[in-house]
Design a protein around this ligand. Structure first.
Ligand code: G3I
Length: 376
C-alpha cells in the first residue's frame, strides 16, 4: 500500500508523508470568492476535484484554490479507482488531492466507501465470500490512511432502491446480497473505528427533486435514519447530492420540511454534488443561464435557510470538467456545453456563480448551529 506519487504538490505532499498538519497554510480562497461569501455565514463552499485536469492545467488548481474552502475527490477514493486489482491499494491519486487541499488550507470530504457502482470483478468475488472482512480491510485502509484529515466521509452512497421493490426501501447491491441490511450500520461503525473524528455521512441522490416517487424515498430515509440514531450508529450527517434537473420542478415547502425533519434527528446536512442539468432549458445562452440560476437559487434558498446545513459543494467547479459534459449520455442534444457549474470552460465566473454568491451573501447566519453540529 505504498503511494507512488507523493512529490507532485511539494509542501502539501510532504505534510502528508510526515503526518504533520500543524504547518497548514491559511486558507487560499479570495475575499471575493464563493467560499468567502459562504464562510461569512458559517457555511463552507467547495467542489469535487478531478485529478487529471489538476495535473494538466494550473488554471484549474488556481480556480479551486480561489473559490473553495472544502474539496472532495471526484473519483480518487473510490474502490474502482484505488483498488482496481487485488494487491496493494493505489493511494496516489487520493494522496495528491489530500496534499493539494493541505497546501491551500482547505478541508476535505471523503467519497465514497460503499457504493453499488464501480465494484471491480475481483472485489465482487471477495464480497460474495467474505463481505465483512472485505469491508473491514477497505474502510480500515482507506479511511485509516487519512485519519484526522477528512472532515466527513460519504460512508454509503445512493442506497435507496430506485424501484421500490423492498419493504425497507434499500437498493439491490452486492453489499445487501452478502450482508443484508446490516451492511449500512456496519459500514458506519467501521468508519468510526478507522477515523473517529470523521463525520459519517449517508449520501443520497434525488431527495431534492419533486416527483411522485420522492415522497416515499424521503420517508424511507427518515425512518432509516431514525432507527440508526436510536441504535447508536455513528451517522452524523445526511448528504443531498443536489443534481438538479431542468425537467424536475422543485417543491420548496416539501424540501424545507424534509430538511427540518432531518435536523430534528440531531443530524447535520450537506449538499455534496450540486450542479444543474440544463438539457431541457433553451439553447439561447442568456435564457438558459437565467433558468439555471433561478433553479439553483430556489434550491439554495431553502437549503441555506436550514441552520443544520454545513457545506455546499458543486460536482466540479468548471463546466469543462462536469460529468454532464464529459459523459456522452448526459450531453445536450444540440451539442452545446451544459452550463451546470459556477465557472465556464475558461474559468470565468458565470451567472450561476453570481446567483450562488448572492444566495450565500443573503443567507441567515449559520455559525451557532455549525459550531454545535461540528462538535457533535
Ligand atoms: O478517464 C477515462 C478515459 O481515459 C476513458 O477514455 C473514458 C472512456 O469511457 O473513461 C474515463 O473514465 C471515466 C471517468 O468518469 C472520468 O471521466 C469513467 O469511465 C467513468 O466511469 C467515470 O465516471 C465517474 C462516475 O461517478 C463513476 O465513478 C464520474 O467521473 C463521476 O463524476 C461520477 O460521480 C458520481 C458520484 O460519484 C456519485 N453521484 C453521482 C455522480 C455522477 O454520476
Amino acid at each position: 500500500m505504498t503511494p507512488t506519487r507523493r512529490d507532485v504538490f511539494g509542501i502539501g505532499a510532504l505534510a502528508l508523508a510526515t503526518g504533520s498538519v500543524s504547518a497548514a497554510p491559511r486558507g487560499s480562497w479570495a475575499a471575493d470568492g464563493l467560499n468567502a461569501a459562504a464562510a461569512r455565514k458559517g457555511v463552507a463552499y467547495g467542489s469535487a476535484v478531478n485529478i487529471t485536469p489538476l495535473r494538466q492545467n494550473p488554471a484549474y488548481g488556481r480556480a479551486l484554490a480561489r473559490e473553495c474552502g472544502v474539496l472532495v475527490p471526484e473519483n480518487a477514493m473510490k474502490l474502482a479507482y484505488a483498488w482496481r486489482a487485488p494487491g496493494p491499494i493505489d493511494f496516489s491519486f487520493a494522496d495528491e488531492t489530500v496534499a493539494f487541499a493541505a497546501s491551500n488550507g482547505q478541508r476535505l470530504r471523503g467519497h465514497t466507501l460503499v457504493w453499488h457502482e464501480g465494484i471491480p470483478a475481483w472485489a465482487r468475488e471477495r464480497i460474495a465470500r467474505d463481505a465483512e472482512g472485505f469491508l473491514r480491510d477497505w474502510i480500515g485502509a482507506m479511511a485509516g490512511r487519512y485519519r484526522g484529515r477528512i472532515e466527513a466521509w460519504d460512508v454509503v452512497n445512493e442506497i435507496c432502491g430506485p424501484d421500490g421493490g423492498r419493504a425497507d426501501g434499500l437498493r439491490a447491491s452486492p453489499w445487501l446480497a452478502a450482508l443484508g441490511p446490516r451492511y449500512v450500520d456496519l459500514a458506519f461503525t467501521l468508519l468510526h473505528d478507522a477515523d473517529p473524528a470523521a463525520a459519517g455521512v449517508w449520501n443520497e441522490n434525488d431527495l431534492e427533486l419533486d416527483a411522485d416517487w420522492i415522497a416515499p424515498r424521503r420517508a424511507m430515509v427518515l425512518r432509516t435514519l431514525e432507527g440508526m440514531v436510536r441504535r447508536g450508529v455513528p451517522v452524523r450527517r445526511l448528504g443531498l447530492q443536489g443534481h438538479l434537473y431542468a425537467k424536475h420542478p422543485l417543491d420548496q415547502d416539501q424540501l424545507r420540511r424534509f430538511l427540518r425533519d432531518v435536523a430534528g434527528l440531531g443530524l447535520a446536512i450537506e449538499i455534496t454534488e450540486l450542479d444543474v442539468n440544463d438539457k431541457n432549458f433553451p439553447a439561447d445562452l442568456p435564457s438558459r443561464d437565467r433558468a439555471v440560476s433561478d433553479l439553483a437559487r430556489r434550491f439554495l434558498d431553502v437549503v441555506l435557510d436550514e441552520p443544520a446545513t454545513l457545506n455546499v459543494l458543486t460536482w466540479d467547479i468548471t463546466n469543462a470538467n462536469s460529468w454532464l459534459n464529459t459523459n456522452p449520455q448526459r450531453r445536450r442534444a444540440d451539442g452545446s456545453i451544459q452550463r451546470a457549474l459556477p465557472l465556464d470552460e475558461s474559468f470565468a465566473r458565470t451567472p450561476l456563480w453570481r446567483a450562488m454568491h448572492r444566495a450565500f451573501s443573503e443567507a441567515p447566519d449559520h455559525r451557532a448551529a455549525r459550531d454545535r453540529l461540528r462538535r457533535g
